[in-house]
Design a protein around this ligand. Structure first.
Ligand SMILES: NC(=O)C1=CN([C@@H]2O[C@H](COP(=O)(O)OP(=O)(O)OC[C@H]3O[C@@H](n4cnc5c(N)ncnc54)[C@H](O)[C@@H]3O)[C@@H](O)[C@H]2O)[C@@H](O)CC1
Ligand SMILES: Nc1ncnc2c1ncn2[C@@H]1O[C@H](COP(=O)(O)OP(=O)(O)O)[C@@H](O)[C@H]1O
Ligand SMILES: [K+]
Length: 528
């Protein structure tokens, strides 16, 4: 499972592709080495391609500018080497370019040195920034330029950024100029997206071959601005052989997951979903999840709520069937769930003893995929080993607070290690874990992790998690594999949220507005 593009073609992540590997720094280095040593592509060619791919992006930004002077700010590693290539190409085009080199330039070696030597030979303007006394001049210089290119540090970042490098980054960030980062904004760690002391705040980042984790996760993704992924000529065979366990969920992938609807089918063909949700004061959770499941194509839906909520549900959800929980408990839950294709449990259920009993029975006896959310997870936290009794695929959808209760870790720890926390939980308990938040992370028991990039802070609103549960449930009822249903739901949920934010703004959008956008989102993806 990997994705490559024709050389030179830009993939804005916004448009998506097939499922795409996301690499750590060391993995990217390994991929470069594989290309160079096994596939015999000289490193200097990769550097040339990398530089040219950034040149193409810079040119697009230059079109609208009267002042076309470019400042290329380089480190002494290969990221700086890419900067030297960029400088040469613009000089060849007759554009005014100043190359700044930060650090001890006697450390420039290998392919970067070859490119540095060429710049010297062609008498390119080069300014060496050695210490603080050079900074004042540098600051003045920056104001003369139109675009700044950040080629200071890439995947070779090793330690906290300080000294002259830090001073340079501060001045770049204060310049108010458009900044294009080469590979990753300098100071962002490619392994986790964390800022090592300080980082360049770029308008745009051009990353090479595959995104690094730091390009995708926050805060790195914020520092990078718009992201373009460019092929630099590494053979597809080498890319495929990487087998990274971290992937980006893309639109093409979701398109291939969504079940087609054929003419000779009936509602039974699209499955039966059973949602256990709601309690007094939280009927909305049941309604939101149920409506969403229907909007996502479920054939037949039954929603079980406390008896007192039945009139509300009957009023708000005319297409679904409602059942009183009390009656289910009396007659035996298992009779009610045996015909279903999926069971979702938890949204707005509260924390009553009655609900706990239902949860235990369902987890122990379910014979179809199970989605546990919200209060289902809060109850599970009291008795997590219940998960050992599962006989079916189970998807849990915690937000960081719920994950903290499930694991005993602080919310801060959960957020600091989102990938590892989701992965460890899935491996330990054999479930699919969807850890919510900005960049929802999905892990499976095999240790694979999938990151969703859609969504926005407008979705941090009551009930939007219930909508997600409804989406996963709706897709599962139609026979979509549990992992795929979870990935597609996360992507669609975020995309519907993004549409709602465009229409209504992040302040005013509500969970119901996310549901309103589902039809358009699904139709647009299906017709592509
Ligand atoms: N063949 C390859 O390996 C290719 C590499 N490419 C570029 O090379 C980059 C990786 O190059 P490198 O591995 O040389 O690493 P970098 O250029 O990212 O950085 C390494 C240099 O920065 C110094 N450094 C690290 N952390 C620092 C800090 N906190 N403060 C100050 N200095 C610091 C190191 O001592 C070293 O001199 C990629 O991001 C990409 O831009 C591309 O040219 C494509 C081909
Ligand atoms: N900043 C954000 N960016 C992207 N998605 C977000 C953001 N904030 C919240 N979301 C999404 O909104 C949903 C909120 O779910 P949850 O916290 O369970 O809400 P509730 O319990 O009110 O239903 C999750 O799917 C989450 O990933
Ligand atoms: K950089």
């Amino acid at each position: 499972m990997s994705y490559t593009v024709d050389f030179g073609k830009i993939i804005h992540i916004a448009k998506g592709g097939d499922i795409m590997q996301i690499l750590k720094n060391e993995e990217m280095r390994k991929l470069d080495e594989l290309a160079i040593h096994t596939y015999k592509i000289p490193g200097i060619i990769l550097m040339e391609n990398a530089g040219i791919s950034v040149v193409e992006e810079i040119e697009k930004c230059l079109i609208a500018k009267e002042n076309k002077k470019i400042a290329i700010i380089c480190g002494v590693g290969n990221n700086g080497g890419d900067g030297f290539v960029i400088a040469r190409h613009f000089l060849n085009k007759g554009i005014e370019v100043t190359t700044y080199i930060v650090g001890d330039f006697s450390n420039i070696k290998g392919d970067a040195k070859i490119n540095f030597d060429i710049l010297e030979k062609i008498k390119a303007p080069i300014v060496k920034l050695m210490d603080s006394k050079d900074i004042e001049e540098f600051e003045k210089d920056l104001s003369q330029h139109s675009i700044l290119i950040d080629a200071l540090l890439g995947t070779g970042l090793q330690r906290t950024v300080e000294g002259i490098m830090k001073e340079v980054i501060i001045k770049m960030n204060l310049s108010g100029k458009e900044i294009i980062a080469v590979d990753i904004p300098s100071g962002v760690n490619g392994n986790d997206g964390k800022v090592q002391g300080i980082a360049v705040k770029a308008t745009k980042t051009v990353t090479f071959q595959l995104p690094k984790i730091g390009n995708i996760l926050f805060p790195g993704s914020y520092y990078g601005g718009e992201l373009s992924i460019k092929n630099i000529g590494i053979p597809k065979k080498a890319v495929d052989s990487m087998q990274s366990k971290v992937h980006l969920i893309t639109e093409n992938m979701v398109q291939s997951i969504l079940p087609k609807r054929y003419a000779d089918t009936h509602k039974g063909s699209y499955g039966r979903a059973f949602i256990i949700a709601g309690s007094i004061g939280m009927s909305g959770a049941a309604i939101l999840a149920s409506k969403t499941a229907l909007k996502c194509g479920t054939g037949l839906l039954r929603t079980a709520v406390p008896n007192s909520l039945i009139p509300i549900l009957e009023n708000q959800l005319i297409e679904g069937i409602t059942l009183p929980l009390e009656e289910m408990l009396e007659k035996g839950i298992l009779d009610y769930i045996k015909e279903e294709n999926v069971i979702a449990i938890g949204p707005g259920c509260g924390r009553s003893q009655q609900f706990e009993e239902i949860l235990h029975t369902v987890v122990r006896n379910a014979t179809v995929p199970l989605v546990i959310d919200a209060d289902g997870l809060n109850m599970l936290a009291n008795n997590i080993s219940l998960l050992k009794d599962l006989k079916v695929p189970c998807i849990i959808t915690p937000h960081p607070g719920e994950m903290s209760r499930l694991t005993g870790l602080s919310i801060q720890e959960v957020n600091d290690h989102r990938l590892d926390i989701a992965r460890n939980f899935s491996e330990k308990w054999g479930v699919i874990t969807l850890l919510k938040g900005a960049r929802t992370v999905i892990a499976n028991p095999q240790g694979e992790v999938f990151i969703n990039r859609t969504g926005n802070p407008g979705m941090a609103t009551a009930g939007s998690g219930d909508v997600l549960t409804g989406m996963i449930t709706g897709l599962l009822s139609q026979g979509v594999e549990p992992l795929k249903a979870t990935m597609a739901a996360a992507y669609l949920h975020g995309t519907a949220g993004d549409r709602a934010a465009i229409r209504l703004g992040e302040y005013s959008m509500m969970a119901g507005d996310i549901i309103y956008e589902i039809p358009t989102v699904i139709q647009e993806i299906m017709k592509k």
